[in-house]
Design a protein around this ligand. Structure first.
Ligand code: PXG
Length: 290
């Protein structure tokens, strides 16, 4: 039996989950999305993802015609219908079908769909040995043009940086702000460890406020590790003792090299490995069941 997805109020087979070419999500990237994971039939931080979805929608003045409660219920139902124990959930709300002009007022009804499937971001050995990355040539969108805190369907900025990584033979790229500060990778937040302290760039310089990042910061605090939101230039990140990325899809992955600079000892660091284990335990214990 194939996968069934929620699309505009109904469950449809994967092959029948089709959209209009007049959908503004497709024509203009006019919409928002979330990527969520479930572990052992429990959805990790579902409330946080739902909140961020509605905040992203608000930020583009898209009114989701469903309550947060109903939306949450539909996500859980989609996971149940597909009988998935460990899944990746992609939730998308677009401006909907309109005409061939930008005007969002021509789109009377948002398109809503929920996909539940599997996702593997990086190969297993990268989780064990760490990952080399590059600094992308493509700079992060400036918050006054398109705020990266909005998880919009307009991901070309990230995709161009991801192409920079591929061109360099790498899996991931670190993005900088226009004025050269480290912000985040193409689909992950970045954390560095220096002298036992955790540091991550503040979201207001142009990063997504990551759900995984928040969880890791909580875990670090529980262990008495000091944490700080800090604007950092690439040199400070490259001189760190440890570095790792966090994201729903990636979970936690160690960074062992940035451009030609080896980070720390060139292997996943002690605090990184501790937090990886803490995070794994957290995903196994908390979550919304279905
Ligand atoms: N920054 C960006 C730009 C992201 O897109 C994160 C950070 C991490 O946030 P969370 O809340 O997930 O910890 C993301 C989210 C993919 C993929 O296919 C990546 C994300 C979401 C969905 C899919 O690589 N990253």
């Amino acid at each position: 039996m194939g996968l069934k997805f929620f699309l505009n109020g109904k469950f449809v087979e994967k092959d029948d989950a089709k959209l209009s070419v007049y959908d503004h999500g497709l024509l203009y990237g006019d919409g928002v999305f979330e990527g969520i994971r479930s572990y052992n039939r429990k959805v990790f931080r579902l409330g946080e993802h739902i909140d961020r979805l509605y905040e992203s929608a608000d930020a583009i003045r898209l009114n989701i015609p469903m309550s947060k409660n109903d939306f949450t219920g539909k996500i859980l139902e989609t996971l149940k219908v597909n009988d998935l124990n460990d899944a990746y959930v992609r939730v998308v709300v677009t401006r909907g079908v309109g005409d061939l002009g930008l005007d969002p007022r021509k789109c009377p009804k948002p398109t809503i769909f929920i996909i539940t499937d599997k996702i593997v971001l990086y190969p297993k050995e990268l989780y064990e040995n760490g990952m080399p990355i590059i600094i992308a040539k493509t700079r992060r969108n400036h918050p006054i043009t398109l705020d990266p805190r909005i998880k919009s369907l307009n991901y070309l900025n990230n995709i161009l940086a991801r192409i920079d990584a591929t061109d360099a033979g790498m899996m991931e790229a670190l993005m900088l702000t226009i004025d050269g500060y480290v912000v985040e990778c193409t689909g992950d937040n970045i954390i560095v460890v220096k002298n036992g302290k955790l540091m991550t760039p503040p979201a207001d310089i142009g990063a997504l406020e990551g759900v995984t990042l928040d969880a890791v910061i909580e875990l670090a605090k529980k262990r008495g590790i000091e944490t700080e939101y800090k604007k950092m230039l690439p040199k400070e990140v490259m001189d760190a003792d440890e570095c790792f990325l966090t994201g729903t899809a990636a979970e936690i992955v160690s960074v062992i090299k940035i451009d030609n600079k080896v980070i720390g000892k060139g292997v996943p660091g002690k605090i990184t490995k501790t937090l990886m284990a803490d995070f794994k335990k957290l995903t196994e214990t908390e979550g919304v069941p279905y």
